[in-house]
Design a binder for this molecule. Structure first.
Ligand code: XMP
Ligand code: MG
Length: 182
C-alpha cells in the first residue's frame, strides 16, 4: 500500500490502480498454473466483483478451459454493516455440477456471504469450490472461510472503488479508497 494519496473523490486511496493491476496479473498467473488442464467455472459475485473479475479473467491463460457465470449475493439490512442472512440470486446450476468452481469475490468481511455461496455451490455438486477475493478485511472472525487466493489484506475500514460501492456510488473509481465522512 503506497499511502494516503487522494483524488477528486475526496476519499483517501488505499490501493492505487497500478498496485491492483500488478496483483491481479499475478493472481491470474497463479490461478492459470493451478487449474492448468482442468475445466473451471468462474462464478462472479455481483455487483461488487465485476471490475475485479473483468481484469482477472483477462489474465487467465487462453489455453485454460474456463467458463464464466454470475450470481448476485446480498445481505439484508444496512449497506455499511453486514447483516445476518445472505440471499443468492441467479447462477446457471447446470454449469456447476461436476466442475471445479472458483468464486470471484470483491471482499470478505465477516465471511457470511462467501460461506453461503460455498455451501450453495457444494449443494449443486461442484467438483471443488475455491475462492479468489480481491480483499480480505483483517479482523478476528471465528470460523471465517479462507480464500485460496487473496489480492490484499486490508484494515477493518469501509472501502469503495474498483467495483465496491457505498449506496451504489463510487464503483467506477480505478483505485480502492477508504470511505470517509465528508
Ligand atoms: P461478509 O461480511 O458477508 O461481507 O463477508 C461481504 C460483503 O459485504 C460487502 N462489504 C463491503 N462492501 N465496502 C464495500 O463496498 C466494504 O468495505 C465492504 N465490506 C463488506 C460486500 O458486498 C461483500 O461482498
Ligand atoms: Mg459483494
Amino acid at each position: 500500500m503506497e499511502g494516503a494519496l487522494s483524488d477528486g473523490s475526496g476519499h483517501p486511496i488505499l490501493l492505487t490502480a497500478s498496485e491492483i493491476a500488478r496483483r491481479v496479473t499475478a493472481l491470474g498467473q497463479e490461478i492459470s498454473k493451478d487449474y492448468s488442464g482442468k475445466e473451471v467455472v468462474f462464478v462472479v459475485t455481483l455487483k461488487g466483483a465485476f471490475v475485479f473479475a473483468s481484469d482477472l479473467l483477462r489474465h487467465i491463460e487462453s489455453t485454460l478451459d474456463a467458463k464464466v457465470d454470475f450470481v448476485q449475493a446480498s445481505s439484508y439490512g444496512n449497506d455499511l454493516v453486514s447483516s445476518g442472512s445472505v440471499r443468492v440470486l441467479g447462477g446457471d446450476t447446470s454449469m456447476i455440477r461436476g466442475r471445479h468452481v472458483l468464486v470471484v469475490e470483491d471482499i470478505i468481511d465477516t465471511g457470511r456471504t462467501i460461506a453461503t455461496l460455498i455451501e450453495r455451490l457444494h449443494g449443486l455438486d461442484a467438483r471443488s469450490v475455491e475462492v479468489v477475493t480481491l480483499l480480505v478485511k483483517d479482523r478476528e472472525v471465528p470460523d471465517r472461510p479462507a480464500a485460496r487466493y487473496v489480492g490484499f489484506h486490508i484494515p477493518d475500514v469501509f472501502v469503495i472503488g474498483y467495483g465496491l460501492d457505498a449506496a451504489q456510488k463510487y464503483r467506477h473509481l480505478p483505485e480502492v479508497h477508504v470511505l470517509t465522512d465528508k
